[in-house]
Design a protein around this ligand. Sequence first.
Ligand SMILES: *Cc1c(COP(=O)(O)O)cnc(C)c1O
Length: 353
Amino acid sequence: MSRYLSPTLTSLKPYTPGEQPQDRSYIKLNTNESPYPPATAVVEAIQAETGRLQLYPDPACTALRQAAARYYGIDPDEVMAGNGSDENLFFALRAFCDETHPLAHADVTYGCYAVWCGLLHIPEDVIPLEEDFRLDPAKYYGRGETIVIANPNAPTGLALPPEEIAKIAAANSDNVVIVDEAYVDFGAESCVPLIHSYDNLLVVQTFSKSRQMAGARLGFAMGCKELIADLERVRSSLNPYNINRMTLAAGIAALESTGYFNETRQQICETRAWAAEQLARRGFELTDSRTNFLFARTDRMEGGALYQALRDKGVLVRHFSGPRTSDWLRITVGTLEQMEILMARLDEILGGP
Ligand SMILES: *Cc1c(COP(=O)(O)O)cnc(C)c1O
């Protein structure tokens, strides 16, 4: 135990991010980054901004929020920018939950929700997914507490249609329903259009997965004006300059690079279909992923052992040790070449296709 840590934090369990190894070069399929570089306009926008680093960035993120408003067809007051989705989600929990106002979330979902509950002393209401990892919307009706749903979910890859999210929002009208759409650009449908019908709906998106900007740290929280104003109060109470100049410029350029955005996500979806078929041929069981990763298991080898064997051969995937997930691997969809190497290494490990 630390001599210095506040006693209220002694049981805090931090999030374990996917490895970012520096020792050798791996085929990195473990943190759901894009295998493609950022759009040319993004790189140019960042370069143009470097000469102005002596000045603070715009704390209101005006130009970026206007670009977001144009892109999503919403009002600039209905969107807030955060230092990645992680920051926006943290602000939301800080704003809407506390020691006596719990957060409801699935048992198998993004691990940070539980970590932030620990840091902020928020009680958790953990709602188990079904046996096959589907989320039963009816279990979320009338909870009387803040809810967060990753849609599509991680690491399961499964998505709910917006109509189902709408029913959950309607059945919890006195509480905020947060929809974490980190993976929505890979074949699911966004709930952003619903923010005008449900004033308790907060939709969070990120530039990390589908816009080649994980290293720039940028995400949006979108909801009705009152909800965004509440979040702004929290943001401005912690760090009003949370988005740096280069990221502000990069975000606008990325939103305008629609051609590149559509080409790269289309490519990921095609590679996902190819890799899913290859894995199925090798006897893997897979969920119906609507994301840039596959969630897979096989009777041919236990999950942890397969993860380690792939690592030894220079391919990094993600393995979660939880009781329901320890037999599964989460495999980021990389380039076709990377996925071909993955299949070759799997055949070496498993002794043939
Ligand atoms: C990656 C991810 C995030 C965090 O995204 P950042 O914008 O990089 O902070 C949040 N939620 C889910 C479900 C994610 O997969």
